[in-house]
Design a protein around this ligand. Structure first.
Ligand code: ATP
Length: 693
């Protein structure tokens, strides 16, 4: 076949797939809500709306992006389920070669035969994994090029004939100008990424990946894969994606919906733990201390240590009589329940509030036993009433008082004696002094809560009551999490599994350890295997090599990434005497090309840089951490750059970025690795040391 006739045939298949998708949509819309009652009907309606949403055709998103041709006799190519991709006779050619088109979602014709196979189905696996060395039954892999939904080209790899492709379409896909949020990578997931995407649900994974190796993309595609493969289980338990800040979430939030997954919760640790109004910031050493795992022990003692020893017998009223529970028995009941409050398994441990309820019930049951021994037979309702009696309540209030998480942390940070008692043997005096608020707040709500305090409040809330858990949690930029933040996430994990994504070389958090072990321990999955990703997709080789000069200083021992592509014009280092004029010139040139432009500067310089660019007639807008979309020309505070990317990046005054924080070189490494096509570094004086050499 000539290339033109191949294109014509593939376009015909594309039109057929689009028509079938329209047919599927019409069929789904025609389903009559046949529920027998209002509840069932509502449920059916919701399910139908969901299905319609999933089938909604995104204009410009073609029904398929790839194709596999394989021999029919090869065992590895059979065995997909009917809805995922059973063998389609309509796609078998005369030569016995079986063809599957791979797309974002399954499409079938009116007879139920597959026209496009969902990328997550088992039948699609060879499309992502096959190599010349291991063709997995494929003789050919075909990738398609599109322009605005129109099929414009294709790239074949004749794996059976030992011919692997040159990655032209991969490169085009990476370099396609960005116009806003992150895109999916389903068409070009690479084998080392696919292994992580398709790891079993029961397996937690930790991906240590250099900048631009696709960690975020892999984590999101893994969520979509798991939701497809374990739909029933995960629909019940849910999937949670945790990112570092709202700007980042805004950037990634469209990826899962474009993959057809609209019900994944995406949030930040700050939002996850937002139980108090945060209005203050801690100095780095204090934030590090509040994030230290020793705080868990302090809080545990502050809560459970305040349970008092029973001092007197209690008279429990039951069904018109009073029964005395002697103090010795009361002490034993309290001790037994306290013991059950120890332990780290949130699912098994007795929580404080439940312990209080249990204590009241235990007293009532003691009285019930006494009555039974005397020949009475009290009912369950009478026993429950006894547990709620003023006498039992008064005892519980005195011995096992009801507590509020925010109030407890507030008292602890405001009262040196309380803190000393809870922190004895755990924190030294200097550490206790560092934790204390200088002035006792007038109320819990007006206290100077910091983000790290909010995590402490969440920890106490987790001691009071069990936290609801998800079936799978994806944690991005995990290298920055404090031990206490890890615990907050672990509480939401229940029995589920984790995908942990991050790069130790990009750790800028105050408690960074340079080691995954404490993070994985804090997340409650200490045995998780760490898998490296070292092929850099985002950043051209020239830029990556430049940034990698920082590695021996910021993360000795960590393997440097190698870029999948090079571009001699990608990096420009410009020494300047004064920033304003040259910056406007550089930015003017960059915005003339299509795609996004990020001007990254120290957080303190954002207002000045934005004003300077605007004065030069350039439509610059500062990027804020409020979840608002970034403009095409964004002025990005270095502190918010993590995880983001732009087609062109200007790094303004790297020395100032380094000087602004203790882990400034790590921050510089982050900002130098945000560019897809061009990086310009404007510097006054010498470049920071490891870069100058
Ligand atoms: N297989 C792929 N095909 C096409 N593009 C890819 C592929 N893998 C990664 N990319 C692109 O490379 C860029 C970087 O991906 P991503 O943000 O997931 O990397 P990361 O490892 O999370 O980076 P960082 O450490 O900087 O946060 C994105 O534009 C992504 O779409």
């Amino acid at each position: 076949m000539t290339p033109d006739s191949v294109l014509a045939a593939e376009r015909a298949h594309l039109h057929r797939a689009a028509a079938c998708l329209t047919g599927m949509r019409a069929a789904a819309a025609a389903v009559v809500d046949a529920g027998g009652d209002a509840w069932a009907s509502e449920r059916l309606g919701a399910a139908r709306a969901e299905r319609l949403r999933a089938l909604a055709e995104d204009p410009g998103v073609p029904a398929f992006f790839g194709r596999t041709d394989g021999s029919r006799t090869d065992g590895s190519r059979t065995g997909g389920s009917r809805t995922d991709g059973s063998r389609s006779d309509s796609q078998v050619s005369a030569g016995g070669v079986e063809t599957f088109h791979i797309g974002r979602r399954h499409v079938r014709d009116a007879a139920g035969e597959p026209v496009v196979i969902d990328w997550r189905a088992p039948m699609s696996r060879p499309f992502y994994r096959a190599t010349v060395a291991d063709p997995q039954g494929l003789v050919r892999r075909r990738r398609f090029g599109f322009d605005g939904g129109e099929l414009t080209g294709f790239e074949d790899e004749l794996l059976g004939a030992g011919e692997e492709g040159g990655g032209r379409l991969l490169r085009e896909e990476i370099e396609r100008p960005r116009s806003g949020p992150m895109r999916d990578i389903v068409a070009t997931i690479q084998p080392e990424q696919d292994e992580i995407v398709r790891a079993p649900l029961t397996e937690s994974v930790c991906v240590q990946g250099a900048p631009g190796t696709g960690k975020t993309a892999v984590g999101l595609h893994r969520a979509a894969y798991l939701l497809y493969t374990h739909a029933g289980q995960l629909a019940r338990t849910g999937v949670l994606v945790v990112g570092p800040n709202r700007a980042f979430l805004r950037y990634i939030e469209q990826v899962l919906p474009t993959l057809g997954e609209v019900d994944v919760e995406q949030t930040t640790v700050a939002d996850l733990t937002a139980r108090v109004p945060v209005r203050a910031a801690d100095p780095d050493p204090v934030a590090a201390l509040k994030g230290d795992e020793r705080m868990a022990a302090v809080l545990h003692r502050a809560l459970w240590g305040a349970i008092a020893k029973p001092a007197d017998d209690v008279q429990v009223p039951l069904a018109g009589r009073r029964y005395r529970v002697p103090v010795e028995r009361l002490k034993r009941y309290v001790d037994d329940l306290r013991r059950r409050g120890r332990g780290d398994d949130d699912q098994l441990v007795l929580h404080y509030a439940a312990g209080r309820e249990r204590l009241a019930l235990t007293l009532a049951e003691d009285a019930r036993r006494q009555k039974e021994e005397a020949g009475g037979s009290p009912t369950d309702a009478e026993t429950a009433r006894a547990a709620r009696s003023p006498e039992v309540r008064a005892f519980c209030d005195a011995v096992w008082p009801a507590r509020d998480a925010a109030a407890l942390v507030c008292e602890l940070l405001a009262d040196p004696a309380l803190l000393a008692r809870a922190a004895r043997g755990v924190l030294d005096e200097a550490e206790q002094a560092a934790l204390r608020w200088p002035v006792a707040p007038r109320s819990v709500r007006t206290a100077p809560w910091s983000p790290a305090d909010a995590v402490l409040v969440d920890e106490v809330a987790g001691l009071l009551e069990r936290t609801g858990g998800y079936g799978h949690v994806v944690v991005d930029e995990a290298q920055d999490l404090s031990a206490m933040q890890c615990r907050a996430i672990a509480r939401r994990l229940a029995a589920g599994s984790l995908t942990v994504l991050g790069d130790l070389a990009q750790a800028t958090g105050p408690g960074a350890t340079g080691d995954w072990a404490p993070t994985l321990r804090g997340l409650g999955r200490p045995g998780t295997a760490v898998r490296p990703l070292t092929r850099g997709y985002r950043v051209p080789g020239e830029v990556l090599d430049f940034a990698n000069r920082l590695l021996p200083v910021i993360a000795p021992g960590l393997p440097a990434a190698t870029a999948v592509r090079r571009d001699p014009g990608a990096l420009a280092l410009r020494p300047v005497a004064d920033l304003a004029g040259p910056l406007a010139d550089v930015v003017r040139e960059l915005v003339a090309a299509p795609g996004s432009v990020g001007v990254v500067c120290g957080d303190a310089a954002v207002a000045e840089v934005t004003a300077g660019l605007c004065a030069a007639g350039l439509p610059a807008e500062p990027l804020a951490d409020d979840g608002a979309a970034a403009g095409r020309l964004a002025v990005v505070p270095a502190g918010l750059a993590k995880g983001l990317e732009f087609d062109a990046v200007v790094v303004v005054d790297p020395a100032a970025i380094v000087a602004a924080e203790p882990r400034g070189l790590q921050r510089l490494y982050v900002v130098l690795t945000r560019a897809v096509s061009r990086l310009v570094v404007l510097h006054r004086g010498d470049l920071p040391e490891p870069l100058a050499s």
